[in-house]
Design a protein around this ligand. Structure first.
Ligand code: NAD
Ligand code: UD1
Length: 349
């Protein structure tokens, strides 16, 4: 029988791509989203791409009764939890807003899952949970500095602690224990191959790929490259960019793993390519995709940026039998295909 997956934040960037893959793999899907950072246009696009239907509830994951009502009406086999706020800079300005939404969502969801005997949880974590690797000496300031760079990162780490503790504890015992796969994403970019679904950030993008596509489409003037004096081959920072469709498929592998494995557990797993790519390489690849050079100027370093940051993806291969298949040129071509077809994102749909 078809399994039913509850996808919170399923109208968002990664969630919507994952819902497409779930529907194509014959899962039944229920999406919850409060549309704080997304649009109903994403749900329409999912239906158009797949030719399949899904159940959509507009509402908030911090609302216990709203969630309870959904679990009452539907038999849910597993949850993939994407819902959360994710803007690093905004989290520095509004930490309480971030902690409240991200932690409350996860805890409320867990409370309702426990009530309805649902024990399978795939969590959207982030590479930001990793601490500063340069901080190896322990001294009195360690507890202050050896932590994620932003309140956003801290919310992810604390959510992991909560999930790990609940998985170890006895509150889910009568149903065999909580099973959690925590997927730590590196830098997702790209869009669905159809060009009908993609990243649609609110306001001026902070991240590299959407900034470049908005320059290419004429919404922004020039890309600023944050530093070319890093100790890297071309002086710009190295990151692990991953195609959002590869990432979406990683969630299906996570689900299969959770459905096959017995007992209670919390398993953190990196989803990345393992290949470091520089800012200049990303710009060059986008220039090929767009067919003209991307205007940029080199400016000073952005505070908090690390010179290099990329995944060891070995565990994902071993445990999930998952690895990336799509290269940088495919990522940039798909990002551009989405942006040129939808210069204003979902806003005009
Ligand atoms: P997104 O903002 O596009 O999607 C998140 C969705 O959750 C949005 O549609 C938003 O409206 C919804 N939402 C937020 N709070 C909610 C709540 N309380 N109740 C219901 N819906 C709520 O972000 P994304 O890029 O798709 O990221 C998905 C998840 O992956 C997030 O948890 C994010 O922190 C994590 N993540 C993202 C990245 C990235 O680079 N995009 C990297 C690592 C981790
Ligand atoms: C950032 C977040 C991380 C989050 C990730 C994906 C920080 C410190 N980290 O990672 O928590 O998971 O986004 O959402 O904010 N760059 C430019 N010009 C720009 C934008 C970016 O040169 O206009 C450079 C950056 O300096 C960096 C690279 O491009 O070297 C990638 O930046 P970005 O897309 O913001 O991702 P991260 O900083 O790696």
């Amino acid at each position: 029988m078809k399994k039913t997956i509850l996808v919170t934040g399923g109208a968002g960037y990664i969630g919507s791509h994952t819902v497409v893959e779930l529907l194509e793999a014959q899962y039944s899907v229920i999406v919850i989203d409060n549309l704080y950072n997304s649009s109903i246009g994403a749900i329409t696009a999912i239906k158009n791409i797949t030719g399949k239907d899904l159940i959509f509830y507009e509402g908030d994951c911090t609302d216990f009764n709203f969630l309870k009502n959904i679990f009452n009406k539907n038999k849910i086999d597993a949850v993939i939890h994407f819902a959360g706020y994710k803007a690093v800079g905004e989290s520095v300005e509004k930490p309480l807003f971030y902690y409240k939404n991200n932690l409350d969502s996860t805890m409320t969801l867990l409370a309702v899952m426990r009530e309805f005997l649902c024990t399978k949880f795939v969590f959207s974590s982030s590479a930001t949970v990793y601490l500063d690797p340069n901080d190896v000496k322990y001294n009195e300031t360690t507890t202050q500095t050896n932590r994620p760079f932003s309140p956003y990162g801290s919310t992810k780490l604390v959510q992991e602690y909560i999930l790990e503790d609940v998985a170890k504890g006895f509150e889910f015992e009568k149903v065999g224990g909580l099973q959690v796969v925590s997927l730590r994403y590196f830098n997702p970019i790209g869009a669905h191959f159809s060009g009908e679904l993609g990243e649609d950030p609110n306001g001026v993008p902070n991240n590299l790929a959407p900034y470049i596509t908005q320059v290419a489409v004429g919404r922004l003037r020039t890309l600023q490259v944050f530093g070319d004096d890093y100790p890297t081959p071309d002086g710009t920072c190295l990151r692990d960019y991953i195609h959002v469709v590869d990432l979406a498929k990683g969630h299906l592998s996570g689900l299969e793993y959770i459905f096959a494995k017995e007992g209670k557990f919390f398993d953190p797993i990196n989803l990345g390519t393992g290949a470091p790519v520089s800012v200049f390489q990303v710009i060059e690849s986008f220039s090929k995709a767009v067919g003209k050079s991307i205007p940029y100027e080199v400016v000073g370093r952005r505070s908090g940026d690390l010179a290099e940051f990329y995944a060891d993806p070995v565990k994902a291969k071993k445990v999930l039998d998952w690895q990336t298949t799509l290269d940088l040129d495919k990522m940039t071509a798909d990002s551009w295909n989405w942006q040129k077809r939808h210069p204003n994102g979902f806003k005009n749909l």
